[in-house]
Design a protein around this ligand. Structure first.
Ligand SMILES: [Zn+2]
Length: 249
């Protein structure tokens, strides 16, 4: 298939989008951080048009919040909404694990085993950034092994949205060891072709329960959350959709 020709501005906007997206996922640009058009244009040596295009495209995927008079910020969510996102995340990841236990092909099972071994190796290095990355690879291998394009895509989209927050919990002391044990349970169930056990193990791994929940809440800097009483971009979007649905004839 021939790629449509891009204008110079489109290419610059796409490059900038990827750079900003990577920084948001990596947590170097934290939720709530202001994204100033002029400053970004200067920093990346581009005009303001591609900057504006990049920010608009990030806003469409929910990673950036653009408001009249306040400009663009890295999207933040309120604490209740963040907890809901993790709840949905746990169900989606559990579903992926269930499907993987039923459908994973031999090469996908091997890949799961490999990514798990890699995580165990990385754990010895005591490098949280590397650990975070290796953990991500295991989860993504599982989405792929679900052999469900739509569920895998939805899981990945939500995972990317909670990613800036998920880092806070990965970096908790003790969390890395727990992660390895929990992944082992998921892997064993998938390899044993036990969908129910795989789903439960994965849901429990992603779900924030008990001590995990309070530790997680304590680990998030307050400025990374939408303050109580203020609506996040996601909440405003939901309200708009519901309003439009009610106005429809
Ligand atoms: Zn994990």
């Amino acid at each position: 298939m021939r790629q449509p020709r891009r204008t110079g501005s489109e290419t610059r906007a796409a490059d900038l989008r990827h750079t900003l997206e990577a920084a948001i996922f990596a947590g170097t640009l934290r939720p709530g951080t202001r994204l100033d058009e002029v400053e970004l244009a200067e920093r990346f040596g581009v005009s303001r048009t591609p900057v504006r295009e990049a920010l608009q495209s990030l806003a469409a995927s929910g990673l950036v919040d653009i408001r009249a008079r306040q400009g663009a910020h890295v999207a933040s969510v309120s604490l209740p909404m963040l907890l809901e996102m993790f709840q949905v995340m746990a169900e989606l990841e559990g579903l992926c694990a269930n499907l993987a236990a039923r459908r994973a092909r031999p090469e996908q099972r091997r890949k799961l085993e490999e990514t798990h071994r890699h995580l165990v190796d990385v754990d010895k290095e005591n490098d949280p950034v590397k650990f975070y990355e290796a953990n991500r690879q295991f989860h993504e291998a599982l989405y792929e092994a679900s052999n469900s394009e739509f569920i895998a895509e939805q899981t990945l989209l939500l995972r990317n949205r909670v990613s800036p927050y998920r880092r806070y919990i990965t970096f908790q002391p003790g969390r890395m060891i727990a992660t390895i044990e929990e992944h082992e349970a998921v892997l064993a169930a998938v390899l044993a072709a036990d969908p129910v056990a795989a789903q439960r193990a994965m849901r429990d791994h992603v779900n924030l329960l008990g001590d995990n929940l309070t530790d997680f809440i304590a680990s998030i800097p307050p400025e990374a959350l939408t303050p109580p009483g203020e609506r996040s971009a996601a909440a405003r979007r939901t309200a708009r959709i519901l309003e439009a649905a009610n106005e429809a004839p």
